[in-house]
Design a protein around this ligand. Structure first.
Ligand SMILES: [Mn+2]
Length: 336
């Protein structure tokens, strides 16, 4: 993984930075933002992190979390805006209004669907997470790995790799585990981090999970497993963003399932669709999601549809079924 020299230069030459990431931030969005902010502060830079929404509660234990401010007034005029983990700049939501006022835009991402926007763009589709990419900024910028930076990168990798499940080759597995070992060497306790990130002791996500699992549906002879979560169901379990987080990982353990889908009705209308592929080399869900204006990775992607829930389910199921039918016989049953 090689950091483009113009990126190193932009971080060294400027002194005021705005960092942002995508709507409904996950562990990689939050972790990579805090890690980059930590690195820039070690260099004596002024940094503000601005997201559309406040930090999710399960990430608020991270050092520096109080630096993440919701959209509003920025205390200084940034020279450089850095967008993390966003295939398109529009994914940042209302913060996009502030991006246009900043002279230089930097795009750091690992989504294969990234459009390459920005004055400086660094995209590594083979990276586990943006957090892993941020780690590689340390050496060229001459910053030592501190425990708070290591913790932020650890959470980015832990969450984007589904608790270290998704490294799909020996090479990526060894690379990520070596990096994680170095992070843990700063004094991290993996079990303590796991408990904080995954809300081990809260009741609502478990009750929600029970109801959702009981309503799991199938299509294409069991090859597709999907959940539909409507607003009424979400309302019964709080705000919903953290209760739906891990739902989609469950159908992957069903033998017949090749693609898992989660349809979540959005408060403002429309439907968020999450796609997961158990065989990303054969079934590239980024390609299916991109047909609906979304994108992501071959193994995990997302899209938002303007239709109502039932209509969105029909449209997406038809697209996935067509994709499966077009795979032909040769690639069919032989998953990885
Ligand atoms: Mn990510």
């Amino acid at each position: 993984m090689k950091v483009p020299p113009p990126l190193t230069e932009i971080f060294l030459e400027h002194s005021r930075f705005l960092i942002t990431s995508h709507l409904r931030p996950d562990g990689d969005a939050i972790g990579s933002q805090l890690a980059l902010a930590g690195i820039l502060e070690e260099l004596g830079k002024e940094v503000v992190i601005e997201n559309q929404a406040p930090i999710p509660e399960n990430f608020s234990f991270l050092p520096g979390a109080e630096k993440i401010s919701p959209f509003g007034e920025i205390p200084f005029h940034p020279e450089v805006a850095v967008v993390l983990d966003c295939p398109r700049p529009g994914r940042v939501g209302v913060v996009e209004k502030h991006l246009s006022a900043v002279g230089r835009l930097v795009n750091i991402d690992h989504h294969v669907s990234n459009s390459g926007y920005g004055d400086v763009s660094w995209v590594e589709p083979g990276s586990s997470s943006v957090g892993e990419m941020i780690y590689h900024l340390l050496a060229p910028l001459g910053v030592k790995l501190t425990r708070p930076i290591a913790l932020a990168i650890y959470v980015a990798i832990l969450t984007d790799m589904g608790k270290f499940q998704y490294m799909v080759t020996p090479e990526s597995g060894a690379r990520v585990f070596r990096l994680v070992a170095e992070l843990v060497d700063t004094g991290l306790v993996p079990y303590e981090i796991y408990k904080k990130v995954y809300n081990l002791y809260s009741v609502a996500p478990l009750k929600f999970l029970g109801e959702a699992l009981a309503s799991l549906e199938f299509a294409a002879g069991g090859q597709i497993a999907f959940f539909r979560v409507d607003r009424e169901m979400l309302a019964r379990y709080g705000d919903g963003s953290d209760v739906t987080e891990n739902l989609i990982s469950y159908p992957r353990d069903i033998i017949s399932t090749r693609v898992a889908l989660l349809f979540t009705e959005l408060p403002g209308g429309g439907v968020k669709v999450s796609f997961r592929s158990k065989e990303p080399e054969i079934i590239d869900v980024n390609r299916i999601a991109s047909r609906f204006g979304g994108g992501g990775h071959p193994a995990a992607a997302g899209a938002e549809l303007p239709q109502n829930l039932d209509r969105a389910v029909l449209l997406v199921l038809a697209a996935v079924e067509e994709y499966l039918e077009n795979l032909g016989d040769s690639s069919g049953a032989e998953g990885p």
